[in-house]
Design a protein around this ligand. Sequence first.
Ligand code: M6R
Length: 614
Amino acid sequence: MCGIVGYLGKRNAYPVLIKGLKRLEYRGYDSAGVALLTKDGDLRVYKTKGKVADLENFSSDKDTTGTVGIAHTRWATHGEPNSTNAHPHISFTGNLAIIHNGIIENYAVLKKQLQEKGIEFKSNTDTEVLVQLIEYVRTKKNVDLLTAVRIALRSVIGAYAIAILDKNDPDQIIAARKSSPLVVGIGEEEFFLGSDASPIIEYTDKVIYLDDKDIAVIRRGKDVEVVDFNNEKMEHEVTKVDLNLAQIEKGGFPHFMLKEIFEQPDCLKDCMRGRVNVEANNVTLSAIIDYRKHLINPRRIIIVACGTSWHAGLIGKQLIEDFCQIPVEVEYASEFRYSKPVINEQDVVIAISQSGETADTLAAIELAKSKGAFIYGICNAIGSSIPRATNTGSYIHVGPEIGVASTKAFTGQVTVLTMLALALGKERGTIDNVRYSKVLTELNAIPEKMEELLKQGDAIKDISRIFTYAHNFLYLGRGYNYPVALEGALKLKEISYIHAEGYPAAEMKHGPIALIDDEMPVVVVATRNVLYEKVVSNIQEIKARKARVIAIVSEGDETIRKMADSVIELPHTEECLEPLLASIPLQMLAYYIAVAKGKDVDQPRNLAKSVTVE
Ligand code: M6R
């Protein structure tokens, strides 16, 4: 969703801001803008609908001097994507410029009150309310900008990360956050702001992650000062950011998504490093050691997540029920947050999120916490809001995921869930030693098997060319591979805009079979496991209706090879680990179909990387 960049220092701010916005493009947006305090003391604002490149074109013949500025990419919520609604927004005096991520829930009430006081609004956004309110407080009460921000934010309900420039004070940026991330970077006589660290790491690795209700005063020649709404000083450590430039660049791949697909073997090694020890026949998750008493014997586990993370949760349910014999429910966080769940302190809630910023998942955590449940987070983005809101948890350690379509985060989440189920199962004595060792050894071997699988990239690319004509796809799987089918369908629809549905294979005859004809490709995950024969029957039913079948099978399966139109073979592994392998060809299939159709794979239309609004 929206991206924030800010700069105050000795360089020309504009190139830093533009580069920063480009680093944030992955979040998804539809307009962009920049505000600069220029050398001659002017506040210049340039904004336009479209991409950062459009903003560059638009500004190319304009004054972009100045060593302080703020910039923004907007993902439209209130008001259509156009240059008026794009950020920055300017106060009625023309002195303040603001950029904002998040949503102001009581903006309509505030807007009405301000309009009654004669303030005119130029845009349809909730953001403009903030800048007008702050300016109104400042002029009416005759206070400084920091005081006005503190007072104004007290009457604001909603989520925000903001940065404000004052035309009459070119040595200062004020920033604040609530439920929307904001990072301050500290360089040599210069400061940076970002909605995450990616626009900052090129210049400094020293950052301060702001907390909810923090207001940061960034002043030339001074240390960053952080206060709360009551002007109490908030102590903040300057931390070293654990991110490097190579991780957020394409490294020779045409798209981040392809890079991230190919990174998966290394990512899973990182995910298991220090945790899986085959020689010692052990898997260690520090959270389970530190919080044993909360985790060892819950009445029930509830997994909350959205999208791909929810699919990982469905696999987690099977793993935990299988190894630990604890009942598990998997809920969409967006539904859970408005339900009336019967949960208490005997329950454990596992929240899964790549970004760690998903608003629905955060709200689900807050609800579960209020009922006394113990919260375990499984996240990728270090220092993000969800790990800070949970009691404990495990990072997946797969590095920044830039492509909007989640790939390596999914396999990282499934890997952590497997380690969690193994470790808990062993502690509880619900998994026998032979099975434990077998799964552990196989889990350790997954990266190597993924490497093998990735070599089939060209073959999958060839298959994908045949299917670019399709308007609909069906994905089928059973048991552990049912969530893989759901995930495969989600990948395809997200980036190629082809309608795709995932189903448990046996459900086909209860409805979806009516859709099957020679124009409907069906992807079937049909590995050799206990349900194999039944899935083979499903393939026969599909072929009888003349649909093309793309089958994901176990190595050496000649039976299905004779029946299916295209076959992708998976190396053998334990059934419970098959999702880690089977998801790879489905990611590739979606990728190559989208590329063949000329779609914007890394930034698909209407989608955002971290969904920080409801
Ligand atoms: O950051 P999160 O894992 O909480 O995000 C949840 C979903 O928004 C996300 O998985 C989404 O479905 C992806 N675009 C899937 O590729």
